[in-house]
Ligand binder design. Structure first.
Ligand SMILES: N[C@@H](CCC(=O)N[C@@H](CS)C(=O)NCC(=O)O)C(=O)O
Length: 206
């Protein structure tokens, strides 16, 4: 059985949802990153960066969310990651957009909040987030999901990240088409189950 080191509602939740989507049972190991458990000597042995997610699959330990998601979806041949061609390239592009562009944009704001960044700097950082949501909103003019008419993992990771918006000290603006997508994603049984298990309230779709 898989083991997932997670913190409720964080990026590790996308891995939790992916496992649920693939009907894979998982042993969940909660890491209290807010209280510094991620920096404990025990956990640093598991992930020297002190972060979640970490997935243990048999004798393999995988760190980095995008690598973990690709591992799971390929192993279980999930349609959340098309297997070849242009569809796969597009799905990976948007998965990486979420993992390597949208996620760090939020992380920048959390860093400023925690370390007393000034108001102007925070304003600039939040404006960068809002610019990304504008781009997403424009993309959804053409299709219901980020990569067309079918949901992919990118939509799920984006939905997880969107829910961090209420922890940002300035307004984050998410457009109506994007909110509709978020509502569709959180209605999926796999997502609902993860929210229930992690005891997370979803606020970004309203
Ligand atoms: N690049 C890493 C980023 C992981 C990450 O930032 N995880 C956050 C939760 S969303 C975390 O563990 N933060 C605690 C910390 O950095 O101390 C990945 O994609 O796995």
């Amino acid at each position: 059985m898989y083991k997932l080191y997670f913190a409720p509602g964080t990026c590790s939740m996308a891995v939790h949802v992916a496992l649920n989507e693939c009907n894979q049972p998982v042993t969940l190991e909660k890491i209290d990153i807010m209280s510094g458990q991620g920096r404990s000597p025990e956990y640093l042995k598991i992930n020297p960066r002190g972060q979640v997610p970490v997935l243990v699959d048999g004798d393999q330990t995988i760190r980095e969310g995008a690598a973990i998601l690709i591992h799971i979806l390929e192993k279980h041949q999930s349609p959340l990651l098309p297997q070849s061609g242009k569809e796969r390239d597009t799905a990976l592009e948007w998965l990486m957009f979420c993992n390597a562009t949208l996620h760090p944009a939020y992380a920048r704001c959390f860093f400023l909040k925690k370390n007393g960044g000034d108001d102007a700097l925070m304003g600039t950082a939040v404006a960068m987030i809002n610019k990304l949501w504008e781009e997403v909103e424009q993309r959804l003019e053409k299709s219901a999901y980020l990569c067309g008419d079918q949901i992919t993992m990118a939509d799920i990771l984006m939905t997880v990240i969107a829910n961090w918006s209420s922890n940002i000290p300035k307004p984050v603006q998410i457009g109506p088409r994007t909110k509709k997508l978020l509502q569709t994603v959180i209605a999926r049984p796999a997502y609902k189950k993860a929210l229930d298990t992690e005891q997370v309230e979803y606020k970004a779709a309203a």
